[in-house]
Structures are given as structure tokens and as C-alpha cells.
Design a protein around this ligand. Structure first.
Ligand code: XMP
Length: 177
């Protein structure tokens, strides 16, 4: 697995620093608001699991399964599987691995507002500002990455590499297999 990585963009230590900073920011803003934290499966998994351990105040967790990517290109639309969590009157924080075009989080945010959320903020580990096609802003961002396809710490290539503890770029030969 590690041999398939050409370059590491965000190391394990850097991810830890991001988690500590985001934990402080979110705690500061939400400690008395009993927020509902909604993760977008499956990319949110390692990030969400590590981040919520930095939030030492009452909150509840839920998930939405949404998808827009297959391989390394967008399929151009969003699908939500199953029921949307009950968000009526709640202060919601949506957690995802990466904000790229913004299509996914823009659609999810709209759906949650339509379902009666009191507020919706977005939290992503990574931001790819050059990929943006939708006018959307995440309040909580770990850090930026260049406009390249990255894997690791939740991000996959055809469902692999989510378990890498860092963020990296794959060697071109991996795509040629
Ligand atoms: P959008 O374009 O909707 O993308 O902001 C959000 C979702 O697309 C996936 N995505 C990536 N997945 N490496 C990945 O493994 C990437 O560089 C990448 N860019 C976008 C990801 O699932 C994200 O939730």
C-alpha cells in the first residue's frame, strides 16, 4: 500500500495538529449547543472518529451516505441513500473528508436546511480551492491541498487506501493497472 504512494501531502503529525486546532475551534463555538454532527460516509470515517474525541461536550452523531465520485472523476450528480437524519431545530455540523467542486456539500447543506435544521456548518479535513464549482464555504478546514487526486485517511481510489494514516498522491502506474 505505502509503495503505491508517490508523495505525502499531509503527514500523520500534521493531521494531528489539524485535529487539535479544529477540536478547539468547534468546542469554542458549540460547547453549549448540543450539536448534531453528521458524517458523510465513507470518507468521513477516520477523520470524524478522531475529531469527535477532541470535542468534550454534549453532542449527538449521525451519518448520511452520499456519493459523487467513481474512480477519479465525478459522476456529475449526488445520491443520498436512505433516510435523512432528523435535524429539525438542531445546530448541525456536517463532516466530510474533502471539499472539491463543492457539489456534495452544497446539496447536503440544502437538504438539511429544507429538513428544518436551525443552522448548518461544514467541517472538512481538506480543501481543494482550485476545484471549486459551487459557491460554498466550509467554516472548519484542516488545510488546503493542490488540485490533484489525493488518497488516505478516508479518501479512496476505488475503495482502497482509506486506511492510510496520512494524505498522499498515488504513483501514475496505480491508475494504469
Ligand atoms: P465535491 O466535488 O462534491 O467532492 O466537493 C466531494 C467528494 O468527492 C470526493 N473527492 C475525492 N476523493 N480524492 C478522493 O479520494 C480526491 O482528491 C477527491 N476529491 C473529491 C470525496 O469523496 C469527497 O467527499
Amino acid at each position: 500500500m505505502h509503495n503505491d504512494i508517490e508523495k505525502i501531502y499531509v503527514s500523520e503529525n500534521e493531521i494531528n495538529d489539524m485535529l487539535n486546532r479544529l477540536g478547539k475551534e468547534i468546542t469554542n463555538d458549540y460547547k453549549d449547543r448540543n450539536p448534531l454532527i453528521i458524517g458523510l460516509l465513507k470518507g468521513c470515517l477516520p477523520f470524524m472518529s478522531d475529531l469527535v474525541k477532541k470535542l468534550d461536550f454534549p453532542l449527538t452523531l449521525n451519518y448520511i451516505k452520499a456519493s459523487s465520485y467513481q474512480g477519479i472523476e465525478s459522476t456529475g450528480f449526488i445520491t443520498i441513500e436512505g433516510k435523512v437524519p432528523d435535524v429539525k431545530g438542531r445546530d448541525v455540523i456536517v463532516i466530510d473528508d474533502i471539499l472539491d467542486t463543492g457539489r456534495t456539500l452544497d446539496s447536503i447543506r440544502r437538504v438539511l436546511v429544507e429538513h428544518g435544521a436551525n443552522s448548518v456548518e461544514l467541517c472538512v479535513l481538506l480543501d481543494k480551492p482550485e476545484g471549486r464549482k459551487f459557491d460554498i464555504h466550509a467554516k472548519y478546514v484542516g488545510g488546503p491541498v493542490p488540485n490533484e487526486f489525493v488518497v488516505g485517511y478516508g479518501l479512496d481510489y476505488n475503495e482502497h487506501y482509506r486506511n492510510l494514516p496520512y494524505i498522499g498522491v498515488l504513483k501514475p502506474r496505480v491508475y494504469q493497472k
